[in-house]
Design a protein around this ligand. Structure first.
Ligand code: FES
Length: 160
């Protein structure tokens, strides 16, 4: 499996940051980096990462099955996560979730027809003090209102 030269450089640096024989410690960051480029952890990608980290494909699949941020199917170019856990639920998270579903015409772990945005209802994303919170790829948005969510979605559609 081939990756971009930029990703290959990043993966080399990652592996060099661990002592020889401890490549397995790079498993999760390597999955995250490669997922960012490929879009999801395909069977082929799991095999490639397993080879590079010196683990079995089954061990990679176990990790992918445990961590929800590792995805087994193609998501949108931007993955929009909306927290509906307790702090966010009490401050409008559920309204944000329902609004996003209606506006985008998709549900949990679904992708818009043009492939630009996918949606996920998530548990706490560690931003309870700034609830309701949402995440677009690696960016956090705090104290989000319906109007702000609309603007975030419109901006995402404009730059895709
Ligand atoms: S409950 Fe939503 S960020 Fe913690």
């Amino acid at each position: 499996m081939t990756f971009s030269p930029q990703l290959e450089t990043k993966l080399s640096k990652l592996l060099e940051s661990y002592p020889k024989g401890r490549e397995r410690a790079a498993l999760i960051p390597m999955l995250m980096y490669t997922q960012d480029e490929v879009g999801y952890i395909s069977k082929e990608l799991a095999e490639e990462v397993a080879r590079r980290c010196g683990v079995t494909t089954l061990q990679v699949e176990e990790v992918v099955g445990f961590y929800t941020m590792l995805r087994k199917k193609q998501m949108g170019k931007t993955h929009l996560q909306i927290c509906t856990n307790i702090s966010c639920l009490l401050t409008g998270g559920e309204e944000l979730w329902n609004h996003a579903c209606k506006k985008l015409g998709i549900g949990h772990n679904e992708v818009t027809a043009d492939g630009t945005i996918s949606l996920e209802e998530v548990e706490c994303i560690g931003a309870c003090s700034w609830a309701p919170a949402i995440q677009t790829n690696y960016d956090f948005h705090h104290h989000v209102t319906i109007e702000q969510l609309d603007k975030i979605i419109e901006d995402l559609r404009r730059v895709q």
